[in-house]
Design a protein around this ligand. Sequence first.
Ligand code: PNS
Length: 167
Amino acid sequence: MCPGSFDPVTNGHVDVVRRASGLFDEVVVAVLTNPAKRPLFTLAERLEMIGESLAGIGGVTVTAVESGRLLVDFCREVGAGAVVKGLRSGTDFAYELPMALMNRHLTGLETVFLPGEPVFEHVSSSLVKEVASHGGDVSGLVPDLVLARLLERVRPVGDTKGHQSGA
Ligand code: PNS
């Protein structure tokens, strides 16, 4: 199980899912709503973008998890034996470790941490959105189909006639 809010999916996410698919016969990518974050894209949009971005990777399915559900309950329902999370840095580990321990506390569900490709170490959904909204170039950091949707959604600061502003 590769869970996340994927707002939007980045090439770092794609790298981790590709690595997970090399380790496990089946990988379920679960798109959730993180109540601590205000998403730029709707759940349906995030689901569509990540589905298209992962289409070439075998054994991968993408699904949405309704808000209010615990990840461990969803994992139990679909028979997922482990959560897979990518790590870019020690900061990621500090963020992920309490969730991994809590999930194990709740149902015994284990988490497997995979080091991501270092070339994506600086790539996060939040930074990509911030840079794009200020007119910076984020090509190569997200799949091309995501780049197009992102540029439609954000409006660079100071650009009054450029891209459409989102929610
Ligand atoms: O990409 P994110 O936002 O860091 O992903 C965090 C996410 C959505 C995987 C996490 O918030 C989560 O698992 N939410 C589902 C509700 C849940 O189970 N919360 C307890 C986690 S220990």
